[in-house]
Design a protein around this ligand. Sequence first.
Ligand code: NAD
Ligand code: TYD
Length: 361
Amino acid sequence: MRTYLVTGGAGFIGSNYIHYMFKKYDNDIRIINVDALTYAGNLENLKDVENRDNYTFIKSYICDKVAICQIFAENDIDRVVHFAAESHVDRSIAEPEVFVRTNVLGTAVMLNCARAAWELPDGSYRKDKKFLHVSTDEVYGSLPEDENAFFYETTPYDPHSPYSASKASSDMLVKAYMDTYKFPANITNCSNNYGPYQFPEKFIPLMINNALQGKKLPVYGDGKNVRDWLYVEDHAKAIDMVQEQGRLFETYNIGGHNEKQNIEILNIILDTLQEMLPDGDPIKANVSSVLINYVSDSKGHDRRYAIAPDKIKAEIGWEPETMFKEGIRKTIRWYFENEQWMKNATSGDYQKYYEEMYKNR
Ligand code: NAD
Ligand code: TYD
């Protein structure tokens, strides 16, 4: 039975990945989830797996070397899937240091502890041990508005925000471990994800939540920035496929073949909400483009991201499966059915965050 150490499993993608893995492998794997439970970590995301015998949660910061190395010493870890990170660009612009601490130092600690546990005296590694570093397409910078330009694995890094700079640094550390120590790892760089359990600081759940509350919908700049949206379960599947079928030491880009301008996404959300809300529901009358509010642009706002996921398709056979129309319906249905989750996520500190982040826009 393989034992996985998943970091950041209480966050958006990590919790979806854990659900995906238990659905796929059931009792044939064991998962240890290490998460510090920052504002973005939420154990409610894992309620339906928390009582499994083959699941363990450990609350710890990944920068805590003693705690992380102890987890490796006490468990024979076969796979590390490293999600834990500060993940929100806007927050990184307001407060960069914590991004460096978690994303860079935290990754170094994860790499060091894994290496200490897995390396043999001759410098090779214990059989079939693998580390997968989950990263972002934002490390590649911004593409021109030319529909033939894409990010490839060979595209030079050119990060612009403190978030993407910290992720680029963490990628470089993983690359350095692979080069210097032949450390058995892969890196995946994925485009923007959407789906259940996404914290409502991010564009899609923020817009769904605000629209349902009849609140303004803050669109940065001219709304024409382009992101390549991927349904989160497709990402979870890609990570598993890369780790089991990919070539070690390789980077794989993961993308949705689904480039859209922010304003297009918002209009699809509004139309889908209109379709899905029952006639006569008083909320339905509020959900309209009248709520759209163009606000000042973000500092250094990357114009366009788009991945060509050719390598992962050719080598591993992975392709995005969920069409945006279907994925957004599933996502909206999940938020309809999990009103309390959203209420909990948007109480307390979120209100302060929202006021602070949007007051001068
Ligand atoms: P998230 O913010 O929803 O979750 C991050 C998780 O990490 C939270 O549970 C949080 O508690 C935990 N965490 C943060 N700092 C920690 C620390 N110091 N120690 C231990 N745990 C800590 O993020 P997400 O959207 O799920 O992203 C997961 C990973 O995927 C990140 O590495 C991110 O860079 C990458 N990624 C995200 C996207 C996206 O669209 N969300 C796209 C590509 C790549
Ligand atoms: P986001 O979901 O924060 O992801 P990222 O910044 O990592 O791409 O934002 C997606 C896009 O939506 C990005 O171009 C910024 C824009 N955006 C808004 O226009 N308004 C908002 O309130 C938010 C949160 C994002």
